[in-house]
Design a protein around this ligand. Structure first.
Ligand SMILES: [Zn+2]
Ligand SMILES: [Zn+2]
Length: 336
């Protein structure tokens, strides 16, 4: 009899354990969301285009993706607004400063929940210190209940508490929503990526996006790729969302300054794209390499190569001119 009771008790405990495990799994499932198949892609004739300067897409009720139209600025940045219960987080302010051309602050404020006639406080951060990611900061500068973190390395280190930059992970608590901040220098020295636990989205800025991955420091970028892969190893990843789309569906890269992105490919990249990054960086020739969903370039190396080629060309031209002048003089002396 005792044995039967023990067996029944064990069965009950096992069922309870399974229930608790299943409930736990359900809690840890990322909040699902949607992405459009096609974003607003600008126009050949921007003056005749009726597209809004800023496209707002609700990925899910508390996550917004804002796309700046290629006609408003060819960089056509993607910005991200995450809403928590205590605070909202805006990642990047894009390429356009003028609120008349890009009503960014007005749009972001209109998306913030209002409780007891008080708007949710807003924290504005950046993936990195390139102007197309912080040009809109001025629109938020004097707004109440809004804090803007400067994109320079000293400010980023101080605000997030990175004592051993670029090592360590920082956390932001938006209220029932945690966002992890991972240092990712390489494209730019103060670059950071954001991982949202609610949606399992990684906001990767220009560190990883479907376009040109331009490098300032290849070795730092390699360490950043390893750091992000290591951080995400035990975490789900729904999508990796970067700062731009610079490629079409056929894999061609749009010309710099293009205000029209015909057949633009989707924004999202996957964990697989990230996993391929270390080998792509390891085999990088230092100048240019094209891969399935992105290309890698080192603008400073390319500039040096052009300068070296120009120097060699000018030296050869100078030498040939000198020899021609000498032989012309010799012929002239001989004939006189
Ligand atoms: Zn950049
Ligand atoms: Zn950028």
């Amino acid at each position: 009899m005792n044995r039967l009771v023990s067996l029944a008790l064990a069965k009950a405990l096992l069922s309870l354990a399974i229930m608790v495990y299943c409930a736990g799994s359900a809690w840890s499932e990322p909040m699902p969301g949607s992405l459009p198949a096609q974003w607003n892609v600008g126009a050949e004739n921007c003056a005749a285009s009726s597209q809004a300067p800023l496209q707002v897409h609700a990925y899910e009720p508390q996550t917004f993706i804002l796309r700046q139209n290629p006609c408003a600025n060819p960089e056509a940045n993607f910005l991200y607004l995450l809403i928590g219960s205590q605070k909202a987080l805006l990642i990047d302010t894009g390429a356009v400063a003028d609120p008349n051309k890009m009503p960014l602050a007005q749009t972001v404020l209109s998306l913030l929940p209002v409780k007891d006639s008080v708007r949710l406080p807003l924290l504005v951060v950046h993936t990195h210190k390139h102007r197309d990611h912080y040009a809109g900061d001025g629109q938020f500068a004097s707004l109440p209940n809004v804090k803007v973190v400067s994109p320079d390395l000293a400010s980023v280190r101080a605000f997030f508490g990175f004592d051993h930059w670029p090592e360590g992970i920082a956390q932001l608590d938006l209220g029932d929503r945690r966002v992890d901040v991972v240092p990712t220098p390489g494209h730019e020295s103060a670059h950071i990526a954001f991982y949202d636990e609610r949606t399992a989205l990684l906001f990767s800025g220009d560190f990883l996006m479907p376009g040109r991955l331009t490098l300032e420091d290849t070795a730092a970028d390699q360490r950043s790729a390893a750091r992000v892969i290591d951080f995400l190893a035990s975490r789900p990843v729904t999508h990796i969302l970067g700062g731009h789309i610079e490629r079409d569906l056929a894999g061609h890269t749009y010309a710099e300054g293009a205000t029209y992105h015909p057949n633009e490919r989707p924004l999202e990249l996957s964990r697989e794209d990230l996993m391929k990054l270390p080998s792509a960086l390891a085999s990088f020739n230092g100048f240019y390499a094209s891969h399935e969903n992105y290309s890698i370039t080192h603008p400073m190396h390319n500039l040096l190569a052009v300068l070296c080629a120009a120097f060699v060309l000018l030296s050869v031209l100078g030498f040939v001119s000198y020899r021609l002048l000498l032989s012309w003089r010799r012929r002239r002396l001989a004939s006189s």
